[in-house]
Design a protein around this ligand. Sequence first.
Ligand code: SF4
Length: 349
Amino acid sequence: MQPATVKFTKNDLAKYPFLKEAAEYVKTLELKIEDLANPELSKILERAKERIEEAILYTIVTRRTQNEEIEILSFPTATMLAAATENSFIKRRYALAEAKQTYNDLKLEPKEKILAIAENFGCRIFTLNAEEIVTPYEFKIHFTDYLKNVANLRDKKWKLVNRSLIQGNVYLTKNETARLLSEEVRRHIEKRLEIGDLPKMPQRIAETAEALKTLTLEKVSKTEVEGIPKTIRQEAFPPCITALYEAAQKGRHIPHIARFTLTSFLVNIGVPVESIIDLFRASSDFNERLTRYQVEHIAGERGSRTRYKPPKCQTLKTHGICVNSVELCKAVSHPLGFYKRHSGLKILR
Ligand code: SF4
């Protein structure tokens, strides 16, 4: 089935304000950047600020479609505000948060609308013909578009070898289609945020951008903002460490031996103690004094001055910490060995 011609309603544009039609609608209003400082249009700026605040605090931008006009106009305003912060964390987080909400909305849309939105991005997604339908799949996507959109997705299920690939198309469920389209949205917004030379912002907008930066400093941990140092290659982590790292980021409870494994691994590849402490901040039972003591101890900054190494794979298997092992795991006996081979980077001695 070819993409159907769907006429987007104003409510659609409020829900999906990144669509070309929404941009055209905004153009017809002939608003200028200076107009946003006008108190009469303050609701647009307020909503734009709220979009980014929600992104910073909760990584989501909840839709408020009661006032469609404000919702549509607040999107380009929020994009401009995020760009004006010149803060790469805020920009990345904002794009991700809009994409997350889009995913939630798209899952509930009829097929025709999903196709029309995909078409807006030039993404080759189609519904399956009657003779192609194989439960649970409803859509197919050209494999080059598939690869482009799964580049950031870690779960094994997205690997091309784990997919049904027929005549150059990858079969997808409706939820998977929504997820891949949300990646299109994330990349689209990130691209919009890469504005080279920003125009001079009216004072009110510059002040709002400053307030958003302060909010980030106050509410978001250093590790989240700065990420792991650039010389560290997170994509080279062995699967066991990736699982622990993600659990720590999400604030999940990590048993003692797993915590020791993660901390000692990070210490040995050169992640600063402060960044490791920050990583554990999301946990509901986080205790800064105790965490600092443990991390500094493992890093050899206290007590015996010995920098501890993580346990070997064999020990990790016994404790159930060895998860999602991959082919490369067969060639190593230690998580640090995996990292060294995969990243080509040195391990601290
Ligand atoms: S084999 Fe070793 S490196 Fe691979 S996942 Fe298991 S514990 Fe980690």
